[in-house]
Design a binder for this molecule. Structure first.
Ligand code: NOJ
Ligand code: CA
Length: 550
């Protein structure tokens, strides 16, 4: 059903589905997901019940980093389609009541972008150089990088322009992703034009890639402390390239652009910062609307740790912005797999990559985690395939892996496998065409396909559909900041938000609900609805002012 176009607060409670275009649906059968495929599958997303899509970069790109290396912000990657296809996706999504958030990549471009090509062709004193960070190398022969910064993808954050020349350029990610220099007024003006270009084409907002990285200390000083060489440094206030105070000024200007539309456009920041207090600085009526909260994405499946993440995030935001909840995305090991081993933090999942995993346990916990995040106040992000309970594919041969990120070995391809749509005997399980996909699909994913799960009342897909339908029925204005903890044993998270009660049993013993409890839904399969089994979440209806469920 079309949504209320006058609704200006939709983003505060939205369930946003992340579409990784390359792996979502392949409309022309070449093994690569595309906009035609996405368009054809919009009814699926409508039936799932999501409020909005976040579509990962769809722009022209050499594809060094899955499209996060943009060579033209005004055009679509021909592998994915055309500008007209993007417009059709936007229009049709809107017709189905789904808003569209595109992905903007302002920290870096592709090295094939005309700005960079012009810069490297120009004289070192030419203003064209000013859009990026060029510096002479150190050492007698300029053969050492200008400073000791590291690329997040491994190795130095600098590449020498020519084998003999003095100049190097900065790239905090792959060498094909030179960092932009946001002190350039021309660059700032260009990006505002990019925002308007897509806003004018009807998108409802932008996810901002590496939102915490845009400004750098112009002196480009060496990082002094060993700790600062990693993503989350200790001395954030003075860090030369992460989370610098002046970054917010860029977003103040962007906000005026977003607010010039009716209804206003919105932003969600990908900002990896040290604390919710730091995150909150980005969030205000004159800066950004929201930011991903990555607390749960790294958090082990432990009651105390989960509770702490939730409490701290809400307290840190202090009502300044609605909370957001994220369990997975295209950059991390799928949480089904993370939850399926002894230690369930993201760091440990990386350490134990490829080791034996109890996926049945992981799936049980992932179902429980889904109902947990969907019951919390604020907005929730679903990464494509979460609704199918997909696990990380950890046994991809090195030869087929494509991710440039070698520091996070063995890379992020295992969470980017094409979605299985049907048990139709094709190698991609209905992703599109009859050949293999751009990454190979596990043969046993036929059993996880959309068509297989659609008819199954106990499937993960059915659980998500039911939960989203219930959520949209139960959520009322004002619930986005409402959370009351209910008395429960330490291994149980129990809370109410509005009239939706949620009981998550993370312990080893079943939890008995009182006989008066009005059970709405459980992540468990079968059994007594008044018993919350271990690794299970149950939703209950709690009319205002009534007693708790125990
Ligand atoms: C964050 C994106 O989510 C990731 O996929 C990408 O590699 C980096 N930013 C660099 O753009
Ligand atoms: Ca295709």
């Amino acid at each position: 059903m079309p949504y209320d176009v006058a609704d200006r607060s939709w983003w505060q409670t939205a369930v946003v589905y992340q579409v990784y275009v390359r792996s979502f649906a392949d409309g022309n059968g070449d093994g690569i997901g595309d906009l035609l495929g996405l368009r054809q599958r919009l009814p699926y997303l409508h039936e799932l019940g999501v409020d909005a899509l976040w579509i990962t970069p769809w722009y022209s790109t050499p594809g060094v980093d899955g499209g996060y290396d943009v060579s033209d912000y005004y055009d679509i990657n021909p592998e994915y389609g055309t500008l007209a296809d993007a417009e059709a996706v936007i229009t049709e999504a809107h017709r189905l009541g789904i808003r569209v958030i595109a992905d903007i990549v302002p920290n870096h471009t592709s090295d094939q972008h005309p700005w960079f090509q012009r810069a490297i062709a120009a004289d070192p004193a030419d203003p064209a150089r000013n859009r990026y960070w060029f510096r002479p190398g150190r050492g007698e022969h300029a053969n050492l990088p200008p400073n000791n910064w590291l690329s997040l993808f491994g190795g130095p954050a600098w590449t020498r322009l020519t084998p003999e020349g003095p100049d190097w350029y900065l790239h905090l990610f792959a060498a094909g992703q030179p960092d932009l220099n946001w002190t350039s007024p021309a660059l700032a003006a260009d990006f505002e034009q990019v925002l308007r270009f897509w806003f004018d084409r009807g998108i409802d907002g932008f996810r901002i890639d590496v939102a915490h990285g845009l400004t750098k200390d112009p002196l480009l000083p060496d990082l002094v402390h060993g700790d600062d060489l990693v993503l989350l440094g200790g001395a954030q206030q003075s860090h030369p390239h992460w989370d610098r105070d002046e970054t917010i000024d860029i977003y103040r200007r962007w906000r005026t652009v977003a607010d010039s539309y009716d209804p206003p456009k919105v932003f969600v920041a990908e900002a990896w910062v040290d604390s919710t207090e730091r995150l909150r600085r980005y969030l205000s009526p004159d800066a950004l609307h929201s930011a991903f909260n990555f607390g749960l994405l790294g958090c082990p499946w432990q009651a105390a740790a989960l509770r702490r993440e939730i409490v701290d995030h809400l307290a840190g935001l202090g009502g300044a912005a609605p909370a957001t909840w994220v369990l997975s995305n295209h950059d991390v090991i799928r949480h089904v797999t993370r939850y399926s081993r002894e230690d369930t933090s993201l760091d440990e999942a990386r350490q134990h990559y490829g080791e034996p995993a109890d996926l049945e346990l992981g799936r049980r916990r992932a179902r429980a985690a889904a109902l947990l995040t969907l019951a919390l106040p604020g907005s929730t992000y679903i990464y494509q395939g979460d609704e199918l309970s997909l696990a990380e594919v950890e046994d991809l041969p090195a030869a087929v892996r494509q991710d440039p990120n070698t520091s996070d070995a063995p890379g992020r391809d295992g969470c980017r496998i094409p979605l299985p749509w049907a048990a139709d005997g094709t190698p991609t399980h209905g992703f599109g065409g009859t050949g293999p996909g751009w990454l190979p699909s596990p043969p046993d994913w036929a059993t996880l396909s959309v068509t297989t799960q659609s008819g199954d009342p106990s499937s993960s897909l059915t659980l998500y559909r039911t939960a989203l339908a219930l959520r949209s029925k139960l959520r009322a204005p004002g619930d986005e900041h409402d959370l009351h903890w209910l008395d429960a044993s330490p291994q149980v998270l129990a809370f109410r938000s509005g009239t939706l009660g949620c009981v998550v049993n993370i312990g080893r013993e079943p939890v008995q609900l009182s006989t008066q409890t009005d059970v709405l839904l459980t992540s468990g399969v079968g059994g007594d609805p008044l018993v919350v089994e271990p690794d299970t979440t149950t939703w209950i209806h709690i009319p205002a002012a009534s007693a708790g469920p125990f």
